[in-house]
Design a protein around this ligand. Sequence first.
Ligand code: HMG
Ligand code: MG
Length: 303
Amino acid sequence: MGLPKSVKIFEVGPRDGLQNEPAPVDTESKVALIEMLADAGVQAIESGSFVSPKWVPQMAGSEAVFGTLNRQPGVTYSALTPNMRGLERAISAKVSEVAVFIAASEAFSQKNTNCSIDEGLARAAELTQVARAEGLAVRGYISVVAGCPYQGEVKPSALAPLAKALLDMGCYEVSLGDSTGVATPGQINNIIDSVATAIPIEKIAIHLHNTYGQALANMYAALQMGVAVVDSSVAGLGGCPYAPGATGNVATEDVIYMLNGLGIRHGIDLGKLVQAGEFITQKLGRRNDSGAARALLAKGAVG
Ligand code: HMG
Ligand code: MG
């Protein structure tokens, strides 16, 4: 299978990125970031989560974010929902779609959602049913697909039934999360080979963290296998509160730079995207983790 002609970027910076920032980010800055991303042409933006504020205090203000956003037509503003309480909050906040999440290891499932994999699947199924009945599309995540920080190895063969279960319950797509960024390209090949025995390749998205600097190489491996939906985070924001040492997602700017080089369509203005990344990294007082953004800014290619 060759490279896809076009790729959909699923931006997760405002959720996966900001959920892991040590300092709380004010609503105004979150909203400004999301609006800048939409203005850059990003069509799918995970804009918050309705999880327990005791578990992830950084996302406690998601109602305010969704309530303040100036929404652009054609842009999907989604949110993570872990349970019925979260789904009810998301519906009241008028999200465009929701995401349910399960884990590929028992230990991570307990740390992240305080339940077993089977309980997580049952929860996700109930949420998906209710969300679909409300007219919301539902995305499914599987975490720690390439290895668990608590339990170690995760076998690719364990992923296929989980992906199938998510699709069967009504998710429109399954995002495979290398939550700790440990995968290497050969492993990605094995993971996708396994999952693609159970669900169509068009239903597979890849969610790569860059802890070991492998994320772009891993993404290229996935693209070559026909995956055409990729999650990424502007300025490489992020990590995972339940995956110690995990760094951010692959930076959206780096993905766009690579797709431009490959001649793959994506609909995003790289200059505007770099400005969005600079805006949020300056607010956070942290380094911009996109190599492409740093290089473009250094040579004055972005205003
Ligand atoms: P629990 O403690 O088992 O459940 O949490 P609980 O029902 O006993 O709730 C504990 C407290 O939270 C209670 O408050 C609830 O009312 C409250 P208290 O009675 O103590 O005052 N609560 C809520 N409040 C507001 N909204 C809610 C909500 N739910 C409970 N929705 C639960 C179970 C699933 C809720 C918890 O484990 C949770 O929120 N987990 C989410 C953790 C999380 O957000 N992790 C990061 C996202 S996943 C990720 O980053 C991976 C991903 O990026 C993919 C990848 O990288 O691989 C997607
Ligand atoms: Mg993640």
